[in-house]
Ligand binder design. Structure first.
Ligand code: BES
Ligand code: MN
Ligand code: ZN
Length: 509
């Protein structure tokens, strides 16, 4: 990953390939943001008008490169748009800093060192710039050549190698802690992205489990892997029913971080369909090209557990990864089949493409057995949620309104777009089945909520639970923006890590 250093050097004298400055939209044209004073001076105090001449406005995401004026060590100045300038006395919004730093880091791919002279007033600003830059610099192809474009790494542009963060005092404890948190967090978001971007022929339930075991060894996590034999013995009919059509058998992975003085335990459950073909209810062409992303929930959960360990949070975080490949074959579950779930409930599988809820149901029941203080499941669960909220916002459902609100606020705080969604009880009867306790599909309208209502049936009464449907934001099919790359985004990791931190601090329940 891109490295990060804190520096109090002047933006004028630091040796780098480019110096990054912020430009905001002012009432009368672009204004240079604080942090860039030394650079502005090298331009005789005329940097804003030079930028305006070049067509810069300060709009969010805008990148303007110009040759440096004499007196600057870096040969290039990269001005990145911050959006509207804040009102007098106000600082820049953390998300504006994150996005600008991300856009700048992306524009510097292939370079060795970028000196970031963005407006940093306090450790929170430093954290935002660091996070944005480290997330924006991410590149899957540069890290992984296996099975991807041959000869890449050079041709496709290596990520920016080093970020020097100016204005952040390296010896100040709070700045140092902010930088360390940003490094751990970005590394884990990028770990989730790597897993999501790995093609399904290179990542199946067994190899995903192996990746967890490897990281667990490194970070002192406790693991337990149920293979197909153990799943059979345990009666995990949901996970087995989804996985039985594939040559690559399913797994249920428990990966736990425990703190000796923890007072709370958070359980996280992730949907880990390493490929979703739809099964016998096969998806049509046009709907299956990106379905390697259907394990984004499990990737987010795994990354969050590792992040909690790296940060040494005073809370227990237990991850449950429900891993299976949903394939059609002679051994696959048929529409109309009835599965006996781990909970003992029976489910009529009306549509084998509604597989996520089946694997999650078993994992939720299992997670409840350990009596955690709260459970959050994360899943690319429904196309309906994408229709409702679009490609950048995840839906939050819960059996506890206060918890749902907390998650929404936490997501907002870390810069992830989300929206609370209801679980209307009138939709429950639509998943009644004449032959089983439940059907895995019901009313088409409000399909995202129906899926949430199905999951709720597998959550122990009295256990605080929330469900994040990340089908929209998990995988970015259009161009990169801000610190979000094309492909796997690492959606929900930052929200879950913040939730763990808040739980550790005793801020919740
Ligand atoms: N993995 C899909 C949901 C999905 C859609 C994720 C688009 C990412 C982008 C899920 O397993 C699925 O196929 N859901 C069905 C459920 C339906 C059959 C009740 C859907 O949403 O169409
Ligand atoms: Mn599906
Ligand atoms: Zn799916």
């Amino acid at each position: 990953m891109t490295s990060l250093t804190l520096s109090t050097s002047s933006a004028a004298t630091l040796r780098a390939d480019a110096v990054v400055v912020g430009v905001a939209k002012g009432a009368k044209g672009p204004v240079v943001a604080p942090g860039a004073e030394a650079v502005d001076q090298a331009f005789g105090g005329k940097l804003a008008s030079v930028l305006e001449t070049l067509g810069a406005t300060g709009a969010e995401g805008e990148v303007t490169k110009l040759p440096a004026a004499s007196g600057l060590k870096a040969p290039v100045v990269l001005a990145v748009g911050l959006g509207d300038a804040p009102a007098k006395g106000d600082g820049y919004d953390a998300e504006a800093l994150r996005r600008a730093a991300g856009a700048a880091a992306r524009a510097l791919s292939g370079s060795k060192k970028g000196a970031f002279a963005l407006p940093v007033e306090d450790p929170a600003d430093a954290a935002a710039v660091a996070e944005g830059a480290l997330l924006g610099a991410y590149s899957y192809k540069a890290n992984h050549n296996s099975g991807a474009k041959s000869g890449n790494g050079k041709k496709n542009g290596a990520p920016l190698a080093e970020v020097a963060l100016l204005g952040a005092k390296p010896r100040d404890k709070e700045f140092k802690a902010a930088a360390e948190r940003a490094i751990a967090l970005a590394a884990e978001v990028n770990r989730a992205r790597d897993l999501i971007n790995t093609p399904s022929n290179l990542l199946n339930p067994a190899s995903f489990a192996a990746a967890v075991l490897e990281a667990a060894k490194e970070h002192g996590l406790k693991t337990e892997v149920l293979d197909e034999k153990a799943l059979k013995k345990g009666g995990y009919g949901g996970i087995l029913g989804v996985g039985q059509g594939s040559e690559a058998p399913p797994r249920l992975v428990r990966v736990g971080y425990a703190h000796p003085e923890a007072e709370k335990t958070l359980a996280l459950v992730g949907k880990g369909i390493t490929y979703d073909s739809g099964g016998i209810s096969l998806k049509p062409a046009g709907h299956n090209e990106t379905m390697k992303c259907d394990m984004s929930g499990a990737a987010a959960v795994f990354a969050t557990v590792v992040a909690a360990a790296k940060l040494g949070l005073r809370v227990n975080v237990t991850g449950w990864l429900a891993l299976a490949e949903n394939m059609p074959s002679g051994s696959a579950t048929r529409p109309g089949d009835v599965l006996t779930m781990y909970s003992g409930k029976t489910v009529e599988v009306l549509n084998t493409d509604a597989e996520g809820r089946l694997v999650l149901a078993d994992a939720l029941t299992r997670a409840c057995e350990e009596r955690p203080d709260a459970i959050v499941d994360v899943a690319t669960l429904t196309g309906a949620m994408v229709l409702a909220l679009g490609n950048r916002t995840f839906g939050i459902m819960a059996n506890d309104e206060a918890f749902r609100t907390s998650l929404h606020e936490i997501a907002e705080e870390v810069g992830e777009q989300s929206w609370p969604m209801p679980l209307p009880s009138d939709l429950r009867k639509s998943i009644d089945s004449p032959v089983a306790d439940l059907a895995n599909m019901g009313e088409r309208m409000g399909g995202g909520l129906v899926a949430g209502i199905f999951l709720k049936e597998f959550v122990e009464e009295g256990t605080t639970w929330a469900h994040l449907d990340i089908a929209g934001p998990a995988f970015n099919e259009s161009g990169p923006f801000g610190y979000t790359p094309k492909g796997g985004t690492g959606s929900a990791v930052r929200t879950l890590v913040r939730l763990a931190e808040r739980t550790a601090a005793g801020d919740l329940g």
